[in-house]
Design a protein around this ligand. Structure first.
Ligand code: AHR
Length: 635
């Protein structure tokens, strides 16, 4: 029987916790609790990025490998430049649709649709998955590039439609010219739908060229243009992460060098960005690019932690590719230039790109990750030190995050220490049993660079996963003089388009989102962070069940004490808490059945609940079975 399954011996365990003489320990690092964002599971386009049009510049194309997932109705797949597009016409002769690239709006994003139209013709974008979520009375910003190659255009308009064919909003556009021109308008639907479409409708006879048809809700997170889906961004912001790692994950080093993530392709006007396919087998418009990541960090008060490839493809992708030494400089330049993009004056080459995008002030980049979860190879050992040498020489102010490699054994950690990184990044996905068993593993950490646990999760979104992660987090806090940052992974997953099914922190679809118990643990613990660790010990007449752990931290002013508890066991814990004097407290608890989880379309089974307590010098605090709790005590 596994340790967390119910047994008959579920009697409470009594524990004494005396904080009347607590001793102040190490400072808690400011950047301990962060988040990891990767464009996996449809997290960017069709996810956090608020664009409602899928494949807006007809950029989807055939790429190596065979993605095994298709859209939910099998109507098309991600190899097709016409994915998510349809053409309908009403004239005697059928209008036609094809994709060309002879006269592009911009060479970086060359594709456009060619419509030979005869009579009323409607180009429809179906959006992502089940269609566009459109809300009555809200404003939507539409834009498009058009060029009339030949013929006449009697009428031209954009309209929103629901899946029953009802037109929800309609706005006319002026007649296009023979040169590419951008057009913009606003649409306000008179009724709501979760499966809407956007139509570009033309009447007449001729040939029209179309690209970059786009539709954004006006209400994005912080009202940003080209912005983020408000509900998802708000759920992320509510975690109050100290840092945001982006853009991944394996997406960084790509399947091969051809689709490694090159940040320079992701900045500037959106129609000048160079879309690419990603490590997870689908396309990325790069509309959510490095500028937008930095801006999001600023909006939520998080440090930016960009991770760049080091000229080596993902160790899991075949065939393995690596730059040679004489090909390495552009990869190193990407790192140096990113620092200039983020921090350089608006007059510098890359600072001017940032400034032209509307941010003349620097972004104050402090961290830069080089390489993701690298496998131990001769190429990596040869190339990596060239990055740290260049960065340390040119930018001693930047904290370089290296990689410990794959798994908790951290095979590359000793090499990191020898090759110039400042922090080393560990990744692992293990069972909850492992997280409980290894909750104290950092007590044994010696002779290592400061550790960033860049990716971890206990392979599940049940309460038992969350309680085991809480036990592990308490071990991290206790050792946070050496473990200085961590981020659960992955952050986001679309219910209908998921490549990483084991566990994700926030699930969503085109209209809704679901918070997991793992999310709640991160949020509860971040809210009760504290400035200093406080040494403390437990006394109990009987053995304490596996995974039952506590963290005590105090604020700089000494007036607030934060307690965090994990109890992944089946036994309630009764704590006799002794304080130096009576005070007030707020206890927040997440508890339930170990197998419980929050399910799509159902009201959440697992949510934290808070209660206010009056504490005497000695008080009883109860931790239910299968629970995570925080206690904020004000004396
Ligand atoms: O988090 C999902 C993937 O797991 C990441 O892309 C990769 O770094 C790790 O292997």
């Amino acid at each position: 029987m596994t340790w967390w399954r119910p047994s008959k011996k579920n009697k409470p365990v009594s524990v004494r916790l005396d904080l009347s003489n607590r001793k102040t320990g190490h400072a808690i690092p400011r950047d301990l609790y962060g988040i990891f964002f990767e464009d996996i599971n449809g997290a960017a386009d069709g996810g956090l990025y608020a664009e409602l049009v899928q494949n807006r510049s007809f950029h989807y194309h055939v790429f190596p490998g065979d993605p095994k997932w298709h859209l939910h109705d099998g109507r098309t797949n991600h190899h097709d430049p016409l994915c998510s597009w349809q053409l309908h016409s009403r004239g005697d002769k059928a209008s036609t649709l094809r994709v060309d690239f002879i006269h592009p709006v911009h060479p970086n994003n060359p594709n456009y649709a060619v419509i030979d139209y005869f009579g009323e013709t409607r180009l429809t974008n179906l959006g992502y998955r089940r269609g566009m979520k459109l809300t009555a009375g809200e404003t939507y910003e539409a834009s498009v590039f058009l060029r009339l190659e030949k013929g006449d255009c009697e009428n031209l308009w954009l309209e929103l439609q629901d899946d029953r064919g009802r037109v929800l909003a309609r706005e006319g556009l002026p007649e296009p010219q023979s040169q590419w021109q951008p057009f913009q308008t606003r649409l306000r639907p008179n009724s709501s739908t979760t499966s809407g479409h956007l139509n570009l409708v033309i009447e007449g006879n001729g040939q029209l060229h179309v690209t970059h048809l786009s539709l954004f809700p006006q209400k994005t997170f912080h009202g940003r243009k080209n912005g983020l889906r408000a509900d998802l961004a708000e759920a992320i912001a509510a975690l109050r992460p100290s840092f945001l790692r982006f853009p991944g994950g394996c997406i960084v080093h790509g399947n091969g060098l051809a689709n490694a993530y090159r940040w320079k392709d992701t900045v500037g006007p959106i129609w000048e960005r160079r879309p690419n396919w990603n490590r997870w087998g689908y396309h990325q418009s790069y509309g959510l690019g490095f500028f937008e990541y930095f801006q999001f960090c600023e909006d939520i008060g998080a440090q930016a932690v960009p991770i760049l490839p080091c000229g080596i493809s993902c160790g899991f992708a075949k065939p393995f590719q690596s730059a040679t030494l004489d090909q390495l400089q552009p990869w190193i330049n990407d790192c140096l230039d990113l620092i200039e993009f983020a921090n350089g004056p608006a007059t510098s080459r890359w600072g001017s790109v940032r400034s032209a995008m509307g941010h003349p002030e620097p972004f104050h980049l402090k961290y830069l990750g080089v390489g993701n979860e690298e496998h131990d190879s001769e190429s990596f050992r040869t190339l990596f030190p060239h990055f740290t040498k260049a960065l340390r020489e040119r930018h001693p102010e930047i904290v370089i995050i290296g990689t410990s490699g794959l798994g908790p054994e951290a095979p590359l950690a000793p090499f990191m220490k020898a090759s110039g990184a400042h922090i080393t990044d560990e990744h692992y996905y293990e069972d909850p049993e492992w997280f409980v068993k290894e909750a104290d593993r950092f007590d044994r950490l010696t002779d290592s660079l400061p550790v960033y646990i860049g990716e971890y999760a206990s392979r599940g979104n049940r309460l038992v996963n969350a309680t085991s992660e809480a036990a592990y987090l308490i071990g991290i806090e206790r050792n946070s003089d050496r473990v200085v940052m961590h981020s659960y992974a992955p952050l986001l997953a679309h219910f209908d388009f998921c490549q990483w099914k084991a566990a994700n922190m926030i699930w969503f679809d085109d209209s809704d989102l679901l918070l997991t118990p793992n999310y709640h643990v991160q949020k509860m613990f971040r809210e009760a962070l504290g400035d200093y660790w406080a040494d403390h010990s437990w006394h109990s007449p009987e053995p304490i069940p596996a995974g039952v752990r506590s963290s005590v931290t105090i604020n700089r002013d000494g007036a607030t004490t934060f307690l965090k508890f994990s109890n992944p066991s089946q036994r309630p814990i009764h704590i006799l808490l002794t304080l130096e004097k009576p005070g007030k407290a707020r206890q927040t608890t997440l508890s339930g059945k170990p197998e419980a989880t929050n399910r799509r379309g159902k009201s959440p089974e697992l949510e934290p609940h808070s209660q206010d307590l009056d504490l005497g010098k000695d008080s009883l605090v109860i931790l239910p079975a299968n629970s995570v709790s925080t206690l904020t005590v004000k004396l």
